[in-house]
Structures are given as C-alpha cells and as structure tokens.
Design a protein around this ligand. Structure first.
Ligand SMILES: Cc1cc2nc3c(=O)[nH]c(=O)nc-3n(C[C@H](O)[C@H](O)[C@H](O)COP(=O)(O)O)c2cc1C
Length: 173
C-alpha cells in the first residue's frame, strides 16, 4: 500500500512541511507532495490540464491512500488545496483512504480545518480515517526539516500512521 502525503500550505516558511517531512520519513512507501512547489490553476471547470495538473493527477491516481496535512487559515484550508480537490474530485479520491492532519501555530490545533476537511473528503467519497493528527503549537513540535522536537507527541504521530495503514490495507484488499 502506497501513501501520498500532501502538504497543503503554500506559505513561504511553511511549518506544515516539517510535519509532512516527518511523516514521510517514518512511513515506508510514501511520497511527499508539497503544494507550495506546484502550479495549480484556479478551478474554472473540469478537464483542465494546465499548470502541473496532469502530472499531479497521474501521481495521485496511482496512490492507494493519502495523508492531507493542512494549516488552518481563517478557520478553513488554503485555497490551493480547495482547487486541487475540485480539479481532481471523485475521479481521483473516491474509495481511497484519507488521513487528515491539521497544523496550527495555536493551542486549538486547527480543529476547524480538520472538520472542514472531513466533510470535503466525505463528499468526494473518500474513506476518511477516524483518527486525526492535530499538530497545534506546531513550531514547538516539529522543525522545518521534519524533526520531532516534542517527544511527547510521538505517540500521537505513531497512532495516526498506524490507523491509516490499517484502514488503507483493508480498503485496498
Ligand atoms: C492567512 C492565515 C490565516 C490564519 N488563520 C488561522 C486560524 O484560523 N487558526 C489558527 O489556528 N491559525 C491561523 N493562522 C496561523 C497558522 O496556524 C500558522 O501560520 C501556521 O504556521 C500555519 O501553517 P503553515 O506555516 O504551514 O502555513 C493563520 C495564518 C495565516 C497565514
């Protein structure tokens, strides 16, 4: 079972990427897509092949499962992730396992974005893993290079990964 990790922050100096790198290092058979490095056009209709969409669709279609690592921006997720979801929709994400990790500089840990993402992926018929990773106070937990600074968070990271792998293997069979 292969997993594609999508880091959804486009921001310069993005801290979400540290979380994504950490998971990517821990998971065998995973790849990391940093949306900040891709050209994803604003959604204006289905079938768009401009920018990096074709390359992204090809990679995502080959994925058995996904981990979405998203910062909370004004209670929601970044526009670049919304565009990706709309461009790819059910054709790419339906019937596949999706794990959701929220990232926030604050103590609330991005609970609102996690809820929005649950609904969005439910709507495109993904199988959303019930175990979330809520990376609050992210700068104190992960370095931008992907090192876990706060050892007390390791258990949550491990449980999150295990639940996606468990579910992903069941769904794939
Ligand atoms: C446009 C914008 C809106 C934000 N809104 C929220 C918010 O609603 N809730 C929150 O906890 N943090 C919010 N933050 C702070 C983020 O939690 C913080 O920037 C975090 O590092 C985001 O992840 P990133 O570094 O990967 O972009 C916001 C940051 C930006 C840039």
């Amino acid at each position: 079972m292969n997993i594609t990790i999508i880091s959804a922050s486009p921001r310069e100096g993005r801290l979400s990427l540290g979380v994504a790198k950490h998971l990517n290092n821990k998971i065998e058979n995973s790849i990391l897509i940093d949306l900040g490095e891709f050209n994803i056009p604003r959604f204006t209709g289905f079938g768009d092949t401009s920018g990096d969409l074709e390359q992204l669709r090809e990679t995502l279609t080959k994925s058995d499962a996904f981990i979405i690592i998203s910062p909370e921006y004004n209670g929601g997720y970044p526009g670049i992730l919304k565009d990706l979801i709309d461009h790819c929709s059910r054709e790419t994400f339906a019937n596949k396992t999706v794990g959701i990790a929220s990232v926030s500089a604050g103590a609330m840990a991005g609970v609102r974005v996690a809820n929005h993402l649950k609904d969005a992926f439910f709507n495109i018929q993904s199988i959303v893993s019930p175990r979330l990773l809520m990376a609050g106070n992210v700068g104190e937990r992960f370095s931008t290079e992907g090192k876990l600074i706060d050892d007390s968070f390791q258990g949550q990271v491990d449980s999150f990964i295990e639940s996606i792998q468990w579910l992903g293997n069941k769904i794939k069979d």
